[in-house]
Design a protein. Structure first.
Length: 499
């Protein structure tokens, strides 16, 4: 059986805690790998190593950092199929989805390659007689990232490339459910020339997380995951004096107005709700149909959903893979089996789906629930699976009010041909990311990603300008120098006295 150990100080370090976690192939249900679960002492070792590396990396030149990052980007590009294969083997998403994940991570590596312009300071001269004021940004020190199972390569790449480009050293704690891609990312960074100890990977569970949150040498923590854990991360790390960005869960809505192109809206709803088996925080999980279009929209979504081919992620013909664990599969199914009793019309029930030859895999089909009430479990909870809820609203105003009443505010979208309605929506909706005829409005790398309300805890969004600011702190320097002509008698600096 394959074993995944830690990566500390530029090399593999065998787990010493005696605790191991199982990693399964979601398509077969078989345990294929065991992953080391770090003790608090092992986490301390990684942090100590990162702190020692910071002594030189924190003062390294921007040219050195960007040179390494350019080489790193080239290695990632050359090995993208290998990274995607690891994602598919442990997460279950189809290979094309996994390749897309790597591509979105590469965007942030490319942003980090241009860090020289992001870290330029400011200068005001002659603010007073012979007084200049400059503003600079400096790294924090050792920073940590705690990342989720649904994007085991992309989300780490949303964090550590920018952090190390800014001069920090990094300790990554990836999900123990699909850990292998994180190690490969670290190995490729070392191959690119990243000094030992600048990027470290420790695997583990809550023991490792709590050790990171409490350690006095960790200056900042980045997190992506569910809202309850995000709230815990934020409260605990903040109480220990750390800077925190904790991105939580979501219930993303798509408002479809009566004038919308219903074919485009149905295509978008299917891809956004069921892509990556719905295991993404930017999935559309609630469609709000306005006016009389509801029945027609539901019919078109159903027609498309019934054609999606479900199978192993490494099968090129598969369009959707399994869920990551059996426990998660069963939890997702429970929302569908209980929906009718809470007033929903079950248009598609995917809970009985199986795949021939892979009967022990974590399979679930696509489910579509219509006329869902806002007080039902399927609507209130983040299901994180291929379940799409359709709600009805009579007017645009009613739809916006419904969406804004949600405790989540990650992403949302509107489908319409009316530019005025779209403009109102982007100003009136209470969410951090908005799509206009775009179902999954994940910003490109040079804009920042993050939600509002219970979808984000902390003041900074992730990557983009917010990411650079999160991983640095500002310093303002006020300087006054006497004119050389006023030098003390006996000191000749070569300046004429009559100037």
């Amino acid at each position: 059986m394959k074993t995944v150990n830690h990566w500390i100080g530029g090399k593999t370090v065998e787990g010493a805690s005696g605790n191991w976690g199982p990693v399964t192939d979601p398509a077969t249900g078989a345990v294929t790998t065991r992953v080391a679960l770090a003790s608090a002492e092992e986490v301390d070792s990684a942090i100590t190593t990162a702190k020692a590396a910071y002594a030189t990396w924190g003062t390294s030149s921007l040219a050195q950092r960007t040179g390494i990052l350019f080489r790193y980007r080239a290695l990632l590009d050359a090995r993208r199929d290998d990274i995607a294969a690891l994602i598919t083997a442990e997460h279950g998403k189809v290979h094309s989805d996994a390749l897309g994940e790597v591509a979105r991570g590469l965007e942030i590596v490319e942003l980090a390659c241009g860090i020289t312009t992001q870290l330029k300071g400011e200068l005001s001269t002659q603010v007073s007689n012979r007084v200049d004021v400059s503003a600079i940004r400096q790294p924090l020190g050792v920073v940590a990232g705690i990342t989720p199972f649904n994007f085991p390569a992309m989300v780490p790449m949303w964090m550590f490339p920018l952090a190390i480009a800014c001069g920090n050293t990094f300790v990554l704690k990836p999900s123990e459910k699909d850990p292998s891609s994180a190690n490969l990312l670290a190995e490729l960074a070392a191959e690119a020339g990243l000094p030992d100890g600048v990027l470290n990977v420790v695997h583990g569970d809550k023991v490792a997380v709590d050790a990171l949150l409490a350690h006095p040498d960790v200056a900042a923590v980045s997190f992506v995951g569910s809202t309850p854990i995000a709230r815990y991360i934020h409260a605990t790390a903040s109480a220990n004096g750390k800077r925190v960005q904790a991105l939580g869960g979501a219930k993303n809505h798509m408002l479809v107005l009566p004038d919308a192109d219903l074919d485009a809206a149905a295509d978008a709803a299917v891809s956004a709700a069921y892509g990556s088996a719905g295991e993404r925080c930017m999935a559309i999980s609630a469609v709000v149909a306005v006016g009389a279009i509801g029945d027609e929209l539901v019919a078109r979504i159903r027609e498309r959903a019934e054609k999606i081919k479900i199978g192993p992620g490494n099968d090129p013909s598969s369009e959707m893979g399994p869920l990551i664990t059996k426990a998660h599969r069963d939890k997702v199914a429970s929302y569908v089996t209980g929906a009718a009793a809470q007033g929903a019309e079950v248009v598609l029930d995917g809970t009985g789906h199986t795949v021939d030859g892979f009967e022990d895999g974590h399979w679930i089909g696509l489910s579509l629930l219509d006329r869902v009430s806002t007080d039902s479990d399927a609507y209130r909870d983040e299901i994180f699976g291929p379940v799409l809820c359709v709600l009805r609203a009579e007017t645009y105003e009613e739809g916006v009010e419904l969406i804004n009443a949600s405790p989540f505010g990650n992403g949302t979208a509107i489908f319409t041909r009316d530019g005025g309605a779209a403009r109102r929506f982007q100003l009136e909706i209470e969410a951090g990311m908005v799509g206009v005829n775009v179902p999954i409005p994940v910003p490109v790398g040079y804009h920042s990603f993050g939600g509002w309300k219970d979808s984000l805890f902390g003041d900074h969004h992730i990557y983009g300008n917010d990411g650079v600011h999160f991983y640095t702190r500002g310093k303002v320097v006020t300087t006054r120098w006497p004119d050389p002509s006023e030098a003390p008698t006996g000191v000749d600096l070569g300046f004429p006295r009559n100037h």
